[in-house]
Design a protein around this ligand. Sequence first.
Ligand SMILES: [Cu+2]
Length: 133
Amino acid sequence: MLRLSLLPFAFAVVLLAIGCGGEPATEPTIAIHYSEFTPAVLEVPVGRPVTFTLRNDDPIAHEWIVGTPDVHDIHRVGTEPFHDERPTEVTIPPLSTLETTVTFAKPGDYAYICHLPGHEAYGMAGTLRVVEV
Ligand SMILES: [Cu+2]
């Protein structure tokens, strides 16, 4: 009896794990809590505007910076304390939500990382998969 009642739950977990085989997201939400991005891997389409909702549930500020390795190299040693001028570089104040819209011209995997001191080392990084649709 117990086994039967758990079956639908197990099925739902499998569906979540394979992302339901759906389209890449054009309006994804990335949540930040305990200095961690959720989801840590996200698939979006190339050549189409993608509006990211960035929700910071922590009582401290974080950054969401997405780009190629050279972009991250710059930000690892950068001194800009606040980002609000490029759609791919966003500072999210404590306990707040921001939106940013980006159209990715080239498919590939791009890291998104918080470059505030110590946050990347703590694990505050994710992967954005930009895919052909
Ligand atoms: Cu952070």
